[in-house]
Design a protein around this ligand. Structure first.
Ligand code: ADP
Ligand code: ADP
Ligand code: MG
Length: 496
């Protein structure tokens, strides 16, 4: 492969291009009219505008992207995550055009794209599954009998679901029909497929997932786990590797299951098997994501493996040179997704202009971002600004670096999840490792962030008063003055 087109935008497009550059591979960016000034467009060797801002007129136009690839002599297409990455027809169309899709074959995408088909495939390999229905609900009466058998609360889930959408908790039989109607209509709107099924609602669950790599020669390995229990709207916001709760035995057992799930669909490339982990240390397979995951950097930091490089080598047809027995966990990595969202307002998107944007630097810090100071965060796409990842010899060191990095991060304009991160990484539950997917619901409330910033505002006021006092006494030193001004912008960022 000499030239790769990246069918994506923002941080993940840049992330993929960086590895391509290291491998001596030329890159082609595609972009929408809203992304003309984006770093991923400047970074690429060639860039082509493929349409207006809405993704269904640009980043989702598979055929147009394939045309661009053919006209520029591209050999392979990397889909990143989101957009066309889990679209089996796109994977097929890329192959039909004589190009290489850097990802799994259409069959695996199709099977794992349906949570029901995925469970059926995993069941044949004796993978533990969450108790529930094996088929889509066709009769409400029957479904209620099954739900009563499992015991409330239960979860109604969209088979085609993703990104935390199409999921409804049902507390008791009286709510069943209403919640089911909602789940069906949400699933129909979001995924064009209203099939839903029932799962037992695991109480106090942790989300633990396993990274796998499978080559075209039958080799399948896993690169340990990522814990992604800190979520809002069933969507991850903090991830780490390794998980504080896994013993080597559990890690090994889950790893073997994940490799079997990959075998069950004849997987190719990098993929992730997601599990739910309960208080009794039972784990149950949830689904497989047939793409590079948002949180893949934490795995890269603890294993030293560049997952994008592995994806490209596998797509070229090369056998894996990594052996399971050679892989080891070194140190600890934590990721905070820096979203343009307001944690004090239900994590609702808070987009706008990045008046100030300065990423943290220094030892143990990796920032994967897709914006620069002065840019607007468009309303058309996922509002993630950056991923802040820190690494240390152990969890304590990674956490200390995370807090320093959040402190150094300067963002003015949109509200961001940095303030939530500062809260979470200092919280006793997170620090001790005693948390589950209800961390936000159990421990977080907007006042906790506002309290923090009130204290900081008090300190700021004190500093200013002190400065003014000094100013009256003697001529002000230029340096002191400018220090205070630059700190001021940071306090503004911390307010939300
Ligand atoms: P990850 O498991 O990689 O953390 P997320 O659930 O956070 O994944 O989603 C990653 C990206 O993929 C987001 O941009 C999300 O909107 C998108 N995404 C996930 N699942 C789907 C789906 N079924 N359909 C469309 N987009 C999806
Ligand atoms: P998606 O395709 O939207 O990512 P998942 O099946 O991976 O859907 O579930 C997303 C999140 O929802 C999980 O990480 C977990 O927090 C929660 N969840 C899913 N299934 C269950 C369950 N059976 N019991 C409790 N929580 C669940
Ligand atoms: Mg999931």
């Amino acid at each position: 492969m000499k030239k790769i087109l990246i069918a994506n935008r923002g941080e993940i497009a840049l992330r993929v291009m960086r590895t391509c550059k290291e491998m001596g591979i030329k890159t082609v960016a595609v972009f929408s009219e809203a992304d003309r000034m984006s770093p991923h467009v400047h970074y690429a060797d060639e860039a082509v505008c493929i349409g207006p801002a809405p993704s269904n007129q640009s980043y989702l136009l598979g055929n147009k992207i394939i045309e661009v690839a053919k006209s520029l002599g591209v050999d392979g297409i990397h889909p990143g995550y989101g957009f066309l990455s889990e679209n089996a027809d796109f994977s097929q169309a890329v192959a039909d055009a004589g190009l290489i899709f850097i990802g799994p074959r259409p069959h695996a995408i199709r099977v794992m794209g349906s949570k029901l088909a995925a469970k059926e495939a995993a069941f044949k390999y004796n993978i533990p599954l969450v108790p529930g229905t094996k088929e889509a609900i066709s009769s409400v009466t029957e479904a209620k009998i099954i739900a009563a058998g499992i015991g409330y609360p239960i979860l109604i889930k969209a088979s085609a679901g993703g990104g935390g959408k199409g999921m409804r908790i049902v507390e008791s039989e009286a709510d069943f029909e209403e919640q089911m109607d909602r789940a069906v209509s949400e699933a129909t709107n979001a995924f064009g497929d209203g099939s839903v099924f029932i799962e037992k609602y695991v109480s106090s669950p942790r989300h633990i997932e396993i990274q796998v790599l499978a080559d075209a020669h039958g080799n399948v390995i896993h690169l340990f786990e990522r814990e992604c229990s800190v979520q809002r709207r069933h969507q991850k916001v903090i991830e780490e590797a390794p998980s504080v709760v896994l013993t080597p035995e559990l890690r090994d057992a889950m790893g073997k299951c994940a490799c079997d799930v990959a075998r069950s669909c004849d997987y190719l490339g990098a993929g992730t098997c997601e599990f739910i982990f309960d208080e009794q240390n039972n784990f149950y397979f949830l689904e497989m994501n047939t793409r590079l995951q948002v949180e893949h950097p934490v795995t890269e930091l603890i294993t030293g493996v560049d997952l994008v490089r592995q994806q490209i080598l596998i797509a070229r047809g090369l056998p894996l040179t990594l052996k399971q027995e050679d892989l080891k966990i070194n140190g600890h990595a934590i990721q905070l997704r820096v979203y343009a969202e307001d944690p004090t307002n239900n994590f609702l998107p808070s987009i706008g202009n990045l008046f100030t944007y300065r990423a943290p630097k220094g030892v143990g810090i990796r920032v994967d971002d897709g914006y620069e100071e002065g840019m607007d965060i468009p309303i058309y796409y996922d509002p993630m600004i950056a991923k802040l990842i820190t690494y240390g010899k152990d969890r304590t060191e990674a956490l200390a670096r995370m807090l320093r990095a959040i402190d150094e991060y300067e963002i003015d304009g949109p509200s961001t999840t940095l303030s939530f991160g500062r809260f979470a990484f200092r919280h006793e539950a997170f620090v001790s490792g005693n948390f589950d997917t209800h961390f936000v619901k159990k421990h977080f409330s907007p006042e906790l962030i506002e309290q923090g910033s009130e204290e900081e505002a008090k300190i700021a006021a004190m500093l200013v008063a002190h400065l003014l006092e000094n100013r009256l006494k003697k001529p002000v030193l230029q340096q002191t003055n400018s220090t205070v001004i630059s700190r001021g912008s940071k306090w503004k960022n911390r307010a939300k």
